[in-house]
Design a protein around this ligand. Structure first.
Ligand SMILES: [Zn+2]
Length: 170
C-alpha cells in the first residue's frame, strides 16, 4: 500500500532543511542540494518526465515542451521517486512518467503505489502545509472562485489542477 504520510513527511523535511518560509518553493535549489542532475528535452507527446540513476548519479529528465507549472510538478514528482524509491530505480533502470495529474487518476483502482507516493511528495513539496495554511489564512479555498484559485496557484507556481489535488485529495 502507498505510504502517503511517509512521502509527505519526506517533502516537509526538505522544506525545513532548506528553511523555506515563503512561496514559491525554491525547487531548483532543493534538487541541486539533493545532488540530482536535471536534463530538459523535447519529448514526444504525453511523456512528462523520467527518473534514473546513471553510474551512481541520480538524474531527472523533463519534457521542455510542457507548461512551466507542469514541468515543476514533474521535477518534484521525479525527485520523489529518487528519494523514496531509489532501490527500485537502481534495480529497474529508468522510470518513465506519462500522462498528467488528473483528478480521477489518483482515486482510481490500480494506480501504482509509487505513483501515489511521488504525487503526494510533489504536492507537499510544492505546496507545503505551513505555507499553504499561511496563504489561506484560516479560510477554505473556494474552487468556484476562479480568481482566488488562480492567484494561489500563481503564488506557488503550480497548476490549478495541482492545487486542487493538494487541497482536496490530501
Ligand atoms: Zn512517477
Amino acid at each position: 500500500m502507498a505510504d502517503k504520510a511517509k512521502a509527505r513527511a519526506a517533502a516537509l523535511r526538505l522544506i525545513e532543511e532548506h528553511g523555506v518560509r515563503a512561496a514559491p518553493v525554491p525547487l531548483d535549489r532543493i534538487i541541486r542540494a539533493a545532488g540530482v542532475v536535471v536534463q530538459y528535452g523535447p519529448f514526444d507527446g504525453e511523456l512528462s518526465g523520467m527518473a534514473f540513476i546513471k553510474d551512481g548519479q541520480p538524474m531527472i529528465g523533463v519534457n521542455s515542451l510542457h507548461a512551466s507549472t507542469r514541468q515543476r510538478f514533474t521535477l518534484a514528482h521525479e525527485l520523489g521517486h529518487i528519494l523514496l524509491h531509489r532501490p527500485v530505480l537502481e534495480a529497474s533502470g529508468v522510470h518513465v512518467d506519462k500522462g498528467s495529474l488528473r483528478r480521477d487518476s489518483l482515486a482510481s483502482e490500480g494506480v501504482d503505489d509509487q505513483e501515489i507516493e511521488a504525487n503526494n511528495f510533489a504536492a507537499e513539496l510544492l505546496m507545503p502545509e505551513p505555507l499553504l495554511a499561511a496563504a489561506l489564512d484560516g479560510h477554505n479555498l473556494d474552487f468556484e472562485d476562479e480568481e482566488a484559485v488562480q492567484a494561489l496557484a500563481k503564488k506557488f507556481k503550480v497548476s490549478t489542477m495541482a492545487l486542487q489535488f493538494r487541497v482536496q485529495r490530501i
